[in-house]
Each structure stands twice: as structure tokens, then as C-alpha cells.
Design a protein around this ligand. Sequence first.
Ligand code: NDP
Ligand code: 8X3
Length: 256
Amino acid sequence: MTEQQQLPIVLITGATAGFGLATAKKFAKHGYPIIITGRREERLIALKEALTPLTKVHYATLDVRDSEAVEAFTQALPDDFKNVAILVNNAGLALGTEPADKAALSDWHTMIDTNVTGLVNVTHALLPALRAQPSSTIINLASIAGNWPYPGSHVYGASKAFVAQFSRNLRCDFAGTGIRVTSLEPGMAESEFSLVRFKGDEDKYKQVYSGMTALQSEDIADIIFWIAEQPAHININSLEVMPTSQAWDNFKVVRK
Ligand code: NDP
Ligand code: 8X3
């Protein structure tokens, strides 16, 4: 067995952009075999081509909302990619920042289907593989939006609160099994996230990060890698990280 084959196999959802893309590059640079997934196939093909000189790469187009497709993808993993030991549940999105009464119900459904149902679909499908390893790691992308309320966060923040609590609950079930679970909770980070949230409006997207230094996708990838590389007896339960230029503000008081 080569040294590369001995490194744990990493599965990353949402590897076509932002955190997932940076995380794929980070693990590949260190020789971990990686499975990259997402809906945009041309990006997956390009990434596989770029990273293949560094490590073994398997790609699959996958919409995490489709539980049958997730199950079929898991069953169809090539033999040398079946023993997934690190799962980065990263695929997710926010849609809109309007107040709840102005938000589209379809956007709420899409966020729940992706951030909650999708993450649950992938986790459930991969548990047999993760359970079969002597030690394995699930890193779930939650958010500060799941910990702290802010206007316009309604369903997005609630979906991330689900991710954080799901992560803690998994820890209870897996205590003693060698499966570690982390809820990673970043604040403002520059990626395609706000472009998606503002439905392609470049001006609004740029405004979000103007005049401040946001976290970068590579910062999050470094943190994910650090969590995964902790010795097997250490479980990072949750990790909240913000850019230095982001902080909490006062409670709102509405005066008549
Ligand atoms: P990006 O928009 O840059 O990337 C999101 C990724 O998710 C893309 O690769 C996209 O791929 C994938 N994705 C979206 N929907 C689906 C789906 N239905 N099935 C499969 N893949 C999907 O955002 P970020 O990298 O910033 O976000 C990654 C995660 O981190 C998300 O869960 C987000 O909520 C969370 N997060 C982001 C923060 C930020 O400020 N950026 C802060 C805190 C948390 P494709 O479109 O090809 O399917
Ligand atoms: C994304 C971070 O602050 O935009 O999860 O909600 S925030």
C-alpha cells in the first residue's frame, strides 16, 4: 500500500465553489484521496483534472436534496473510494434577506431541502462507511446564523441551528464508536454564497464585503483540515469563527 492510499478518504459535498472547492484543494495538496460532488459537472471535471496530479480524485454530480440519488451515488462509489472516513457536509445556501413576510415560500423550501434534508440524506447514506472505519470524522457546515438571530435570517438561520443540534445529537449516538462530529459555524465569508443569496445581483454581493475583510474560503478550508487532523481522541464539538471586523450589535428596541 502506498502512503497516499493510507490517508483517509474525504468526501466533500458542494465542492464546485467556495468552502468546498478550497477544502478539496487543501486535502488534495496533502495527498488525501478525495470525492468531490456538486451539481455543476463542468466544474467538477475541471477540478478533478487540476487535482489529479496531487492525489486520487473521484467526482460525481449530485443534488443532495435527492435522497434516492444520494443513496445510488453511495452504492456506486468505486471500490477504492468506498471507505469514506472524513465527510465534509458543506453543500448549502441562503436565499434572500427580506423579512419573513416578504420572503418566497419556495426559497424557504429550497433552504430546508438543501441545508437540512440534503445534509441528513448524505449523512445517513454514508454512516455505514463511516461506522466501518476505526476512526472517522463528520464536519457539518453550520453558521453563526444558527447561533445568533438577525433580521432576514429566519429560515436560513433556523436550518443552521438544525445542523448544530444534529451534530451534537450525533455525538451522543456515536460516543465510543470512533466517529467524531463537528459543527463548524463561520461568520461572513467571501465565496459565491452572497451571490446565490442575492440571486446573481453582483452589486448587492459586492456591498456585503465592501470596506471590511471577510473570512476567505481558504481560511475555512484550513480550519476544516485542522479539525480533521486532530488526534483520534479529540473531538472538536463546535467551532464558531468570525472575521475580526464582524461582531454582535445591540438589542433592537422599538420605541413608539
Ligand atoms: P458557495 O455558494 O460558494 O458554495 C456552495 C456549494 O454548495 C456549491 O458548491 C454548490 O454547488 C453546493 N450546493 C448548493 N446546493 C446544492 C445542492 N442542492 N446539491 C449539491 N450541492 C449543492 O457557498 P459557501 O462555500 O460560502 O458555503 C458553503 C457552506 O457554508 C454552506 O452550507 C453555507 O450555508 C455555509 N456557510 C457559509 C458562510 C459564508 O458566509 N459564506 C458562513 C457560514 C456558513 P452546485 O451549485 O454546483 O451544486
Ligand atoms: C453565513 C453567515 O452571517 O451571512 O452563514 O448568515 S451570515
